[in-house]
Ligand binder design. Structure first.
Ligand SMILES: CC(C)(COP(=O)(O)OP(=O)(O)OC[C@H]1O[C@@H](n2cnc3c(N)ncnc32)[C@H](O)[C@@H]1OP(=O)(O)O)[C@@H](O)C(=O)NCCC(=O)NCCS
Length: 178
């Protein structure tokens, strides 16, 4: 709650029935940093380095290959969503998301990802969006299936997480699949 109060998301960029995707502003960094360092969330991204202010600033730095959004209910952030490895020549990018533990189970990740995909296909003009999911992340896999992604690849022991190698599934969604 403390983090949410400190957060002050930027203007609405896209919106759906319950959520908006807003720009990430400097006041939102504490919200992102506190959640992203929590073992509960970072476990699923294999984030092994602590994300201090400097690292977060580097990560959030504007460039041509990444876009960051704060999914919000009214103006309260419920998580984080980003498109990365955007390759405008290949027309391809990857999507990532997390929802803060107290906001999970409400369909927010699915709704936020739908908005992110709308941006990727309709505004950014991408042809394909990829997602990678660790084996065992049934929740994220379910989200991708709901959104129409197809599993395209399975990489064995691809990441090292909490002392063991984990298999990883790659999913893809084409603009034409929508
Ligand atoms: C994954 C995550 C983003 C989901 O957020 P969320 O807002 O709770 O997700 P949603 O409510 O939109 O959808 C979850 C879906 O998974 C389903 N689900 C939940 N637990 C499940 C399980 N163990 N097995 C199968 N499906 C499951 C839910 O029922 C729901 O599907 P439904 O709408 O058909 O009922 C959130 O748990 C999170 O931040 N996890 C850590 C970070 C992470 O894993 N990010 C993705 C990395 S690829």
């Amino acid at each position: 709650m403390r983090d949410v109060l400190r957060s002050m998301p930027g203007p609405v960029f896209l919106e759906s029935d319950r959520l908006s995707l807003r720009t990430v502003e400097s006041e939102d960094r504490e919200f992102i940093r506190s959640h992203w360092n929590s073992p509960e969330l970072r476990h699923w991204f294999a984030k092994t380095d602590p994300i201090d202010s400097e690292r977060l600033s580097d990560f959030l730095e504007t460039n041509d290959t990444e876009v960051h959004f704060l999914p919000c209910r009214d103006s309260v952030p419920v998580g984080f969503l980003w498109l990365f490895r955007i390759d405008d020549v290949a027309g391809r990018g990857e999507i990532g998301y997390w929802v803060s533990p107290e906001e999970q189970g409400n369909g927010y990740a699915t709704e936020a990802a739908e908005l992110g995909l709308r941006y990727a296909f309709n505004e950014r003009g991408l042809h394909k969006v990829m997602a990678r999911v660790f084996e065992g992340n049934k929740t994220s896999q379910r989200i991708l299936e709901k959104l129409g992604f197809e599993e395209e690849g399975y990489l064995r022991e691809h990441y090292f997480v909490d002392g063991e190698y984990v298999d990883t599934r790659f999913f893809g969604l084409l603009a034409d699949d929508k």
